[in-house]
Ligand binder design. Structure first.
Ligand code: AMP
Ligand code: MG
Length: 354
């Protein structure tokens, strides 16, 4: 690939995010291989974001409806503002155990494992700090240091106890599954489509992309990587049977009176929005929830820690864009990634295993 050099050695509930990826090639066709290759599409609003599901094949229409219903069902369990949701009840239980469904238990357990795994970069109890910055209400403000410190005192994934189908939070602690829920929901939707015999589908879950199989003609799906500075498409990732999930502060941010940009992903070590030189992190793997958890966590970690994490954990690929306009691509995805016209001069470092 030209221009690539190699680097070695080294409110609610889900906030509305801009689409971080763009899809190409969702066209319907009746092909020479026969079978129903008509595209069926469904768009809806759930989890505070727009979702568009496209599937091919005989059962596609009814499978899409089931997938949408499942997403709505999960939203009902995990909303932080809906008083009927399980997460709302957990957050307002005054330290008492709350019985939850199997899926809520599974997702919270997964978030806790990933929090531990990422050294607390993923922090499912960051919600009170997020509120102090106004990201949950759109009344953005820069909180005083003492306010952040007070809120941080109740933040900590070790303050969440999952036991025998119940969740207990220590006093003052609140859960927010905004960094992982859409990925889990995507995995559920993919499973429903597969169970219904769908072997070709593309799901856009508010910018998280999940692909079932390849395109009906057997070629890979082409997923656009968004330029975090202009909103254009800077490159294309070709995938099949994979999730592609991006996190970046450009998705949702406000500009303070001092002219500084404050994004919606918080560094739990400081209680401040991440400001480490990364503009976006895209994670590619077979599993949506892993991609979702990691894209947020690696964005918090910054370039060097993200590279270390990738080398130690493997099982996924990533594309990092830095604020100074460089691109870092792990070696497993380099052949599936290409720059778009107009971006050929961008510096691309391939991150390799040592
Ligand atoms: P994502 O778009 O998946 O990166 O998730 C970002 C959302 O997760 C934010 O809008 C917050 O609701 C929440 N969040 C912010 N910072 C963190 C963090 N360090 N760990 C976990 N969730 C976070
Ligand atoms: Mg995430």
């Amino acid at each position: 690939m030209e221009g690539i050099r190699t680097q070695t050695g080294q409110r609610n509930w889900f906030l509305i995010c801009g689409l971080s990826v763009v899809l190409f090639g969702l066209t319907a066709c009746a092909g020479p291989r026969g079978g129903d290759r008509t595209a069926h599409s469904e768009s809806f609003f759930a989890m505070d974001t727009y979702m568009t599901f496209t599937a091919y094949g005989e059962n596609a229409e009814s499978a899409l409806r089931q997938a949408e219903n499942r997403i709505t069902e999960l939203e009902g369990l995990w909303s932080v503002t809906d008083t009927g949701s399980e997460i709302y009840q957990v957050n307002h239980s005054g330290g008492q155990p709350v019985a939850v469904s199997g899926e809520t238990e599974e997702l919270v357990s997964f978030a806790l494992v990933m929090a531990e795994n990422t050294g607390g970069a993923l922090e499912p109890t960051i919600y009170p700090v997020l509120r102090a910055w106004g990201f949950t209400t759109d009344e953005n403000r820069v909180p005083a240091d003492h306010e952040i410190a007070e809120r941080l005192a109740n933040v900590g994934y070790d303050r969440v106890h999952v036991e025998n189908g119940t969740i207990t939070l220590e006093t003052g602690t609140m859960l927010d599954l905004g960094a992982v829920g859409k990925g889990y929901a995507g995995d559920e939707a993919v499973q429903i489509l597969r169970e219904n015999g769908v072997s070709s589908a593309l799901l856009d879950i508010g910018g998280n992309i999940q692909a079932v199989g390849a395109k009906p003609d057997g070629s890979y799906w082409r997923v656009g990587l968004k330029d975090p500075f202009s909103g254009g498409v800077l490159g294309v990732i070709q995938v099949k049977d994979a999730a592609v999930v991006t996190s970046g502060s450009y998705e949702r941010y406000f500009i303070g009176e001092n002219g500084k940009r404050y994004g919606h992903i918080i560094d739990p070590a400081t209680g401040n929005p991440v400001d480490n030189g990364l503009a976006s992190v895209t994670v590619i793997s077979g599993e949506g929830k892993l991609c979702d958890a990691l894209s947020t966590a690696l964005f918090v970690m910054g370039l060097e820690r993200a590279e270390d994490y990738w080398r130690q954990n493997k099982g996924f690929d990533m594309i990092l864009v830095t604020e100074d306009g460089n691109l870092y691509v792990t070696e497993g995805i380099r052949d599936q990634f290409s720059l778009q016209d107009g971006y050929e001069d961008m510096a691309v470092d391939v991150v390799e295993f040592e």
